[in-house]
Design a binder for this molecule. Sequence first.
Ligand code: SAH
Ligand code: SF4
Length: 411
Amino acid sequence: MVLVVDALDPKDKASVTRPEPLPSLAGAGRGELCAALTSVGVPDKQLRMRVNQLWSWMYVRGVPSFDAMTDVSKDLRARLAERYSLDRPEIVSEQVSQDGTRKWLLRLRRSGTEVAAPEIETVYIPESDRGTLCISSQVGCTLTCTFCHTGTQRLVRNLSADEIVAQILVARDRIGDWPDAVAPDDGRLLPSTERKITNIVLMGMGEPLYNFDNVKAAMAIASDGEGLSVSKRRITLSTSGVVPEIARWGGEAQTMLAISLHAVRDDLRNELVPINKKYPISELLDACRSYPGLSNARRITFEYVMLKGVNDSLADAKALVQLLKGIPAKINLIPFNPWPGSQYECSDWEQIERFAEVVNKAGYASPVRTPRGRDIFAACGQLKSESLKIRASARGGSVAQSGTAGSGQGA
Ligand code: SAH
Ligand code: SF4
């Protein structure tokens, strides 16, 4: 067995010598499964059938080990288990908000020359008619939107497709969203009606269109009808506006699209969402107009974060509806979620309502997105750094108590 030994004084080595974990197939695509089966000696003519078997166990039933795959021969299960695991990323902390939102800090495996294991966050938001999973596509972000906490962290790396899919598996494990789920043994399982992940939003850490191929492969697995089966109409990719990739995404991946607009003038958007300097508003909206599959039934969501005194005037609201004329659109007004050191304030509630009224009168559905999970820093734009703090308080126990990082903010 291969051992990983840290470069320490030899007398200390014994205490830190640990076996290198087996490669995990959790989150793997059909191609990877095929390769794994071949590597353990499955003959070519059986591959298709075996891949389908594994696929169903892994993505319909969510089993975490080969042992549970009862219609696979004992011998093959053993051969697989010798070389591979179905381990998920390690849960460093789990937090449950007063409103039921759950946030997980996950530790990934080190890849290549990485010195430290990167960590990402995934958030589950239960609502009466749906359960939305907000997943990360990168560790950190190369972009530097001034109101976003993730934007203050440099990009560590892109997530692999497996790591993106694994976030769904972890969430399903923890909320008991598998057919034969055994409840996590912590007495805090959600009522069964609130346990379903019906929607996925790529709105966690990172710019998904800068990790195009892996995000695309992951969403193909998430939407596979023989497996996880989340319909593409229930998957939304949110982008800050990587214009050249928008049409390509619509053509190749066909999910719903959300655009982080946040400003109606280039001078302001250059400041808030600096990628605008490269791809200004007019180019961005042209890409939206020609987004493949766009229709009244499949509208683009425009996200607009409400920043007090910055972008929240009624003139801005009027300009916004003018700008979006002719595009089948929904407008999502997001109350700004503050984070330590942020330079903005959230608009006053009355101003958000007045702004929403202008937008509504123009015929747009414009739900004001209720901030979810603010008490655990799980709301939009709050991901990652804060969790370093949370982790410190969660150390010593596998599950942090709800609200340990409560910031006392109100909407
Ligand atoms: N990088 C992608 C997806 C991740 S951000 C993008 O920018 O679209 C998901 C959403 O949260 C974006 O609309 C983003 O603008 C918004 N957001 C970021 N920081 C926020 C904050 N502090 N308060 C409210 N929304 C925020
Ligand atoms: Fe990156 Fe999106 Fe945050 Fe901008 S808003 S810094 S693109 S994660």
